[in-house]
Design a protein around this ligand. Structure first.
Ligand code: ZN
Ligand code: ZN
Length: 473
């Protein structure tokens, strides 16, 4: 097991991590897990490198146990549970008036029921279940847990007796030690379900040191609970008939709270206790394929794998060409890598990557322009800031942009887009439209009178040519 686990997703720094990938050493939240194979009965894999991942335990945003103390006292407050507590207190009271044999037998049976229930509270909570288990669970299953618990308490008793005999003058110290260690032994038993683990004092000490302050808080709480039962007994000393059932009720109630709290300590401290990954909840993040791919894309972008990201984006846009988020991402990605591409092209005199870049940029501008022409001007300006000589390949796009800039009063930009328009493979009508626009642009620019006249002549030639081709048809 990894000793240092950072608690936050490597790709979402504000989200608690649920999985750890030993291969690429990253922490993953559920969004960063690839569950495509898992959905078909396979494994969950790392969204970053595709390797097998380990469940890393509860996320860090789990409430600390001391903030849950009030909730823990409400934990047994469910009608069936309260009925169980009342009925058992009444039965115990009735049995008290009968023979000691019957009373002994009755209390053993009730203890079996409660032991079973308390441990279910502990193990259920340890797995993240914050509702009290159904009362029926106390009556179902085997008795083996009960016998093992009895054995455990016999062993505690024997240890206590032995120690007390050995260190007779320090009788009280021994009792204190036993009280201190018993909750740890119970937690170990609940965690491992092994008798040996529960009885191993070394394991108990290890648990206590690992839980640190939390464990002492739990002990403090036990003392407070014990004190409150004692206090009650002092109050009701004269009324034994009332006190006994009430004390039974309260102490059984307290035990449920305590076992729930002990379970919660396991749940909250899975990593510290080194049992993270043993309690793995099922993965049920409902994502569409697009959402899953977007999550994958996010990792690729954050880990600066531009080429992979670009490939995935291209693939996704093939499936969903009109997706604005995808279009925008590919544009941003390209803009980010454009300076590098320009430098590469300059150094190696290769224009192919630039052609690709031009295609993508054209596509993006057309995409934004399809919604409103003004919307394409700002990205066009951003592109020009990085790639000054960018000129769209498509005549349609150049015309759209030129109209846009003309309306904005940016005649230079409009002119640059219209220059040499007749060399493009564009329809005659759009060439005409382009030069009409160019004439208007030139009229608005001081000192361009001569060019405007040239443009006018060119338009006349074009119209004449169109006229002849038109009449030839
Ligand atoms: Zn994440
Ligand atoms: Zn990985």
């Amino acid at each position: 097991m990894k000793s240092q686990i950072t608690d936050f997703c490597s790709w979402h720094p504000l989200t608690g991590a649920l999985y750890h990938c030993p291969e690429c050493d990253s922490e993953l939240c559920e969004h960063c897990v690839d569950d495509r194979q898992y959905q078909n009965g396979g494994e969950l894999v790392c969204g970053n490198c595709g390797s097998h991942i380990l469940y890393a335990g509860v996320p860090v945003d789990v409430e600390p146990f001391w903030r849950r103390i009030d909730k823990s006292f409400r934990y047994p407050l469910r009608l069936p549970v309260l009925l169980l507590l009342i009925v058992s207190a009444v039965i115990t009271e009735i049995l008290r008036s009968y023979s000691p044999v019957l009373q002994g037998l009755g209390s053993v049976l009730l203890a079996a029921v409660f032991f079973k229930y308390w441990f279910t509270c502990l193990t259920d909570t340890a797995q993240g279940e914050m509702e009290a288990p159904p009362v029926l669970s106390a009556f179902s299953g085997s008795m083996s847990l009960f016998f093992r618990l009895i054995l455990l308490f016999v062993a505690f008793g024997a240890a206590y007796g032995g120690l007390a005999a050995l260190a007779a003058p320090y009788h009280e110290l021994v009792s204190a030690l036993i009280v201190l260690i018993v909750p740890a032994c119970l937690i170990n038993f609940g965690m491992t379900d092994r008798f040996t683990a529960a009885l191993n004092p070394w394991m108990a000490i290890k648990l206590i040191t690992r839980l640190g302050l939390q464990y002492w808080l739990l002990l403090g709480l036990i003392l407070v609970m014990y004190g409150s039962v004692e206090f009650l007994s002092g109050l009701l000393q004269e009324q034994q008939t009332l006190f006994m059932p009430l004390a039974d009720f309260i102490s059984n109630y307290y035990m449920m709270v305590l076992f729930h709290l002990m379970g919660y300590m396991i749940y909250q401290n899975q990593r510290v206790l080194g049992i993270a990954g043993t309690i793995e909840p099922s993965f049920d993040l409902q994502r569409t394929n697009r959402q899953l791919q977007m999550d994958r894309l996010r990792i690729l972008l954050l880990s600066a794998r531009w080429q992979d990201a670009d490939r995935l984006l291209g693939q996704l846009l093939g499936e969903l060409p009109g997706d604005p988020e995808l279009q925008n991402l590919r544009y941003r990605l390209l803009l980010g890598t454009l300076p590098g591409k320009l430098l590469e092209a300059k150094q190696q005199k290769i224009t192919l990557p630039l052609q690709e870049a031009q295609q993508i940029l054209d596509q993006y501008l057309l995409f934004t322009g399809s919604r409103a022409v003004e919307q394409m001007l700002s990205p066009h300006k951003d592109i020009l800031a990085i790639w000054a000589s960018y000129l769209p390949a498509s005549g349609k796009l150049r015309l759209m942009l030129a109209h846009g800039w003309f309306q904005q009063g940016d005649f230079k930009r409009a002119l640059a887009l219209l220059n040499g328009f007749h060399k493009l493979k564009a329809s005659k009508s759009s060439v005409l439209e382009a030069y009409h626009l160019m004439q208007q642009v030139l009229h608005n620019m001081p000192g361009m009178e001569r060019q405007a006249q040239q443009c006018h002549r060119f338009i006349q030639q074009l119209s004449a040519m169109q006229g002849t081709t038109g009449s030839a048809r």
